[in-house]
Design a protein around this ligand. Structure first.
Ligand SMILES: O=C(CO)[C@H](O)[C@H](O)COP(=O)(O)O
Length: 224
């Protein structure tokens, strides 16, 4: 069962959490398993505080008894645990099917360590098959859509959807992702684009579970 694998990956990552840590909590169904697993450890006496990457994750974290701080007051997080839509052996990830990639990237960037958790369906040879979400300012919608179209991204505005920041998301399919860093730089330079789902430098490790077996990838290339 995919949910069992999501849970196994989540529990393995949550085992990295130590007393006193400030933990970043991701968004999505796999991250929700991590939030519940962390809640169980808090109930058993673990002393941690958290910041969250979405309103939904904040609600769940509070429900399971985790103390949630306002990220606006936080300059550094110890460990962030988050899901992904694709992850490859380089620890390059595509995120944002859940629409939280802007906050997720900020929290990941502020973190001393960021780990992705995923079931085996998310592991790919090279990222690039999943839709790449781009968050954009509603004011800039038509202009950004024209630029993304000119880049060959075939962008589609996510219907009836606003991010937690009340922005739009354009789901993109680029013909090839041969140089993801170059694409990330191009996207970041478009006025009106606020964020995108390419996580190329943020992910330190990944716990990926397939049929109950959890594999850990480290950015260095080592696995355990
Ligand atoms: O990036 C995300 C949300 O913005 C999620 O982490 C990603 O979409 C994976 O979600 P799920 O664990 O539900 O498959």
């Amino acid at each position: 069962m995919i949910d069992d694998d999501k849970q196994a990956a989540a529990v393995a990552a949550v085992a990295e959490v130590r007393d006193g840590m400030l933990v970043g909590l991701g968004t999505g169904s796999t991250a929700a398993f991590a939030i519940r697993a962390l809640g169980e450890r808090v109930a058993a006496g673990l002393d941690v505080r958290a910041v969250v990457t979405s309103e939904a994750s904040g609600m769940l974290a509070r429900q399971v008894g985790i103390a949630v701080l306002d990220f606006a007051d936080i300059a550094q997080v110890d460990l962030t645990i988050d899901g992904a839509d694709e992850i490859d052996a380089r620890c390059f990830a595509v995120k944002g099917a859940g629409g939280a990639m802007l906050r997720e990237k900020i929290v990941a960037a502020s973190s001393a360590r960021m780990v992705v958790i995923a079931d085996g369906s998310k592991r790919v040879g090279r990222i690039g098959a999943a839709k790449l979400p781009v968050e954009l300012l509603p004011f800039a919608r038509a202009y950004v859509m024209r630029v993304l179209s000119d880049l060959g991204a075939a962008p589609v505005i996510r219907p009836n959807y606003r991010t937690d920041q009340d922005n739009l998301v354009a789901d993109c399919r680029f013909p090839a992702l041969e140089d993801p860093h170059a694409l990330a730089a191009v996207l970041a330079a478009i006025p009106g684009v606020l964020g995108h789902g390419l996580f190329l430098d943020e992910v330190d490790a990944a716990y990926i579970a397939s049929k109950g077996v959890v594999t850990r990838l480290e950015r260095s290339g080592a696995s355990a």
